[in-house]
Design a protein around this ligand. Structure first.
Ligand code: NAP
Length: 438
């Protein structure tokens, strides 16, 4: 039962086995507001920087996983299988895998926590979770809510650290034999490292890693819808999502019109503090994020790209960057091969379906692809030909707790969301009973 008084959500200590505690050696680290550089003690918009309206959407999305897996736990069904011998009976039950670890990134400080913890707890597992250095406060607030709701001690623990401490915690979570599973969301490079560490104990993994999403606009697309979808898909969360459009590919027949109108849309976006209601884009998460965006833009321009708008830091200072549009993007540019994780749209053109499929699949990543078309045959051909775990067809928004979210190739293993999400935290146990006819 929830307590009647207010719940203290602003926490600055780890939550381990039901106890709020500091580091043994008294160490601490600062959590900075990327918009102002101050210390702070508040939640999502303040620690991550995204506009308040987006934070509200994320909180609802985060809560949706708790509701979904609270229900899904009731449907962890097993099987009764017709046996291979008359004197046998075969039953398969599902059991929780046990103690699970979670490691989450900074771009969705609440939703990435519940996307892991909710299916784990719904399946009957416990979880020790390490949030990102930049955004531990939202994870601690979720733990405070769990505590207030009566979660038994140790069911959900949150271990916080700065980046320097992350490898040691990762090493413990992947080598301690008590931990049977790791759920990780973050970069492909760290995901590969953790997967290798998990191999020593054959620890299970679910990995949600980086993407390099193509966003394809065919000649027959509804251009208004494609432009609106591309703007949201590119600039939501200031371009800092794993499913942000990274390579926008537009067919020759609509290329000029698309670039002109998309650029006008990008120019109209309001950049500002996440706490101001007019803001549509907040700051980048930190200086490294800003450095990467600047490097991608400089590299593209040096290799021949054309700048249509933006291309520089925003007058607001700190880590604010202008919404940027580039054309003439080519395969040798960094922007074409790595996630920019920022508000930079790189637009390429193509001539036909075969060519765009080849371009879109020319990456080791396979998280999400988007395309706009109104031709039914083309919709099926592209959907089946794109080597991605998720496909957005005539939409730039695909995230929901009811669908399986995840990637193929170097974008990950396993799925979160839908009924598939809970299977990630369950073991199938086969029981063969003999001697029935004796
Ligand atoms: P990151 O550097 O891989 O960090 C992610 C998490 O891993 C953080 O908690 C980080 O801790 C931790 N970490 C880093 N090195 C570690 C180590 N050696 N051992 C254990 N933990 C370690 O990723 P990021 O740059 O913060 O996040 C952005 C990335 O996440 C992008 O690639 C984005 O596409 C991806 N992402 C993917 C999805 C998806 O669903 N596929 C969703 C969201 C984001 P510290 O913060 O303390 O360093």
């Amino acid at each position: 039962m929830m307590p009647s008084g207010p719940i203290e959500l602003s926490r600055n200590q780890a939550f381990i086995n039901g106890v709020w505690c500091g580091a043994d050696d008294g160490a601490s680290f600062a959590v900075l507001n990327p918009a102002t550089g101050e210390q702070l003690a508040a939640l999502l918009t303040l620690e991550q920087g995204k506009p308040l309206a987006e934070s509200r959407v994320e909180i609802a999305y985060a809560a949706s996983f708790l509701e979904w897996y609270g229900e899904e736990g009731k449907r962890v069904y097993g099987d009764v299988i017709p046996p291979h011998r008359a004197d046998n009976r075969i039953v398969v039950s599902k059991q929780p895998v046990g103690v699970c670890a979670g490691i989450t990134p900074w771009n969705f400080p609440s939703a990435m926590v519940t996307r892991k913890a909710a299916p784990a707890l719904g399946a009957g597992c416990t979880m020790v979770l390490k949030p990102a250095e930049q955004t531990p406060l939202s994870a601690l607030a979720i733990a405070a809510l769990g505590e207030a709701a009566g979660l038994p001690p140790g069911v959900l623990s949150i271990v916080t650290t700065d980046a320097a401490g992350a490898p040691a915690i990762g090493a413990e979570l992947t080598s301690n034999p008590t931990v049977r599973k790791l759920g990780f969301t973050g970069s492909t490079v760290v995901g590969k490292l953790l997967m290798a560490q998990c191999a020593a104990n054959v620890q299970k993994v679910t990995l949600e890693l980086g993407g390099n999403a193509p966003f394809i606009v065919m000649d027959d697309a509804d251009l208004d819808a494609a432009i609106a979808g591309a703007l949201v898909c590119k600039y939501r969360n200031t371009g800092q999502t794993c499913i942000s459009a990274n390579r926008i590919m537009v067919q020759d027949g609509v290329f000029d019109a698309f670039v002109e109108r998309f650029t006008a849309g990008a120019k109209a976006l309001t950049v500002g503090l996440g706490t101001e209601t007019a803001s549509m884009l907040g700051p980048l998460i930190d200086d490294q994020g800003l450095d990467k965006v600047e490097a991608h833009v400089a590299d593209a321009i040096a290799k021949g790209a054309t700048l249509h708008t933006g291309g520089a830091r925003h007058a607001l200072g700190q880590t604010f960057y202008q919404p940027t549009v580039l054309t003439g993007i080519a395969p040798e540019m960094a922007i074409c091969n790595e996630e920019t994780i920022g508000p930079v749209a790189g637009i390429m053109h193509f001539n036909n379906e075969e060519e765009v499929l080849r371009m879109a699949n020319d990456t080791p990543y396979g998280l999400v692809a988007y395309f706009y078309s109104r031709d039914v045959g083309r919709i099926w051909r592209l959907s089946e030909g794109l080597e991605y775990g998720m496909i957005g067809i005539n939409t730039g928004m695909i995230s929901t707790e009811v669908a399986p979210f995840g990637g193929i190739k170097e974008s990950g293993i396993g799925r979160y969301g839908s009924h598939q999400g809970i299977d990630e935290y369950l073991e199938a146990k086969y029981m063969c009973m003999g001697g029935i006819d004796a």
